[in-house]
Design a protein around this ligand. Structure first.
Ligand SMILES: C[S@@+](CC[C@H](N)C(=O)[O-])C[C@H]1O[C@@H](n2cnc3c(N)ncnc32)[C@H](O)[C@@H]1O
Length: 353
């Protein structure tokens, strides 16, 4: 939409929506938590439900339900029908029952909401100034294993939601040449390592991550009975001289490089190149802003970038594929294959030049 084409009356409406966006967001949180949206949805075949009945069924005042539903109606989350009863709209339905929206709402509320207040300072300082709302660390990754259970749950659900579903497709690419040893860089909770061991009976996997995260991942691997084939290597990529072992047939990085600035990515890739043989494949799986078919997917990635700015580390983002391609080239790698995986992800299969 060009700026000339929107009428002033519509433009002021949009501007006011932004001015009060946190109000609409918190009202939505409340409507979800109190079960108001569920209740309205469940009454859809009975012609909706009145405010008095909602109040009675949920034991909440008519006043409380009223203020929430007023703004929900103006935000097209619910509508009031001719009998003065509330019904849920398609937007309200997605806010209540769509898995991706659910994961995003919980991540925004539990992990990001308080921290986002400090965004302006983060932009000026290049530091995650909002992180102090969660704990006293330099980056969120140092604190992942120490977050409160509610925050941790929402962080991991967000993280896993964007990789779990495509792991199966990704495994087929990772295992095409039957690798004997894989390095999983940024192994997180060990989910990929566990899936890899289930997928292939002989593969060994070395998970490479920060000490706190690695400890948790190794426990998860042991719980699944794969401790004989999965080992760990502690690293802090932000330290002076990070090193990884040699000998991998495949180095796997999934949604990992977006946790770093361009300079840091270059350093990480160069360390990997130093550990690679001629035939080693480095597989980078990411969601790129310039590879999204749907506007809402691009929008999610842009919001995720702000999470990196204000909470994660202050200097990373969701990148364009073209930006990563340049860094891969500068690090001494060539992209042998550029593969679309699922609807949102891309795998670059890289080899040493
Ligand atoms: C977004 S998660 C990766 C998720 C996982 N690969 C997946 O696909 O679900 C980023 C991972 O990078 C690790 N990480 C972040 N900063 C790091 C650092 N400075 N050194 C080592 N690992 C780091 C985190 O601990 C985390 O496991």
């Amino acid at each position: 939409m060009s700026i000339q084409k929107i009428k002033a009356i519509d433009a002021i409406q949009e501007a006011q929506k932004i001015a009060f966006a946190p109000f609409v967001f918190q009202a939505t949180i409340s409507l979800r938590k109190l079960g108001v949206l569920d209740l309205i949805f469940n009454r859809r075949k009975k012609g909706g439900i009145s405010i008095e009945d909602i109040s009675k069924e949920l034991s909440i005042s008519v006043y409380g339900i009223g203020v929430l539903l007023e703004i929900a109606e103006s935000s097209n989350i619910v509508i009031k029908n001719d009998d003065n009863k509330y019904e849920i709209t398609t937007i309200g339905y997605f806010l209540t029952y769509n898995k991706t929206v659910d994961v995003n709402i919980n991540f925004t509320n539990d992990v990001c909401y308080k921290g986002l207040y400090h965004l302006n300072d983060s932009i000026k300082e290049g530091k995650p100034e909002g992180l102090k709302e969660l704990g006293n660390w330099d980056t969120i990754y140092e604190g992942l294993s120490q977050l409160t259970p509610e925050v941790q749950k929402s962080w991991f659900e967000f993280d896993h939601h964007y990789s779990d579903d495509i792991f199966q497709d990704a495994l087929e690419i990772v295992f095409r040449k039957n690798p004997g040893l894989i390095f999983d860089i940024g192994a997180n909770t060990g989910k990929f390592a566990i899936s890899g061991c289930k997928y292939n009976e002989t593969v060994s996997i070395k998970m490479i991550d920060l000490p706190g995260q690695l400890k948790k991942a190794l426990v998860n691997v042991k719980d699944k009975g794969f401790e004989n084939r999965v080992s760990g290597h502690e690293i802090d990529w932000l330290s002076e001289n990070p090193k990884i072992p040699t000998g991998a047939d495949v180095i796997w990085m999934c949604q990992f490089l977006d946790c770093f600035s361009k300079d840091e990515i270059l350093k990480i890739l160069k360390v990997c190149v130093g550990s690679m043989e001629e035939n080693t494949e480095l597989l980078i799986m990411e969601t790129y802003t310039d590879r999204q078919k749907f506007d809402n997917a691009k929008f999610i990635l842009e919001a995720t970038s702000l999470y990196f700015t204000v909470l994660a580390n202050g200097n990373s983002k969701m990148y364009k594929a073209t930006e990563l391609m340049e860094l891969v080239d500068q690090a001494g790698l060539t992209i042998k294959e550029d593969l679309a995986v699922g609807e949102y992800h891309t795998i670059f299969v890289c080899k040493k030049k």
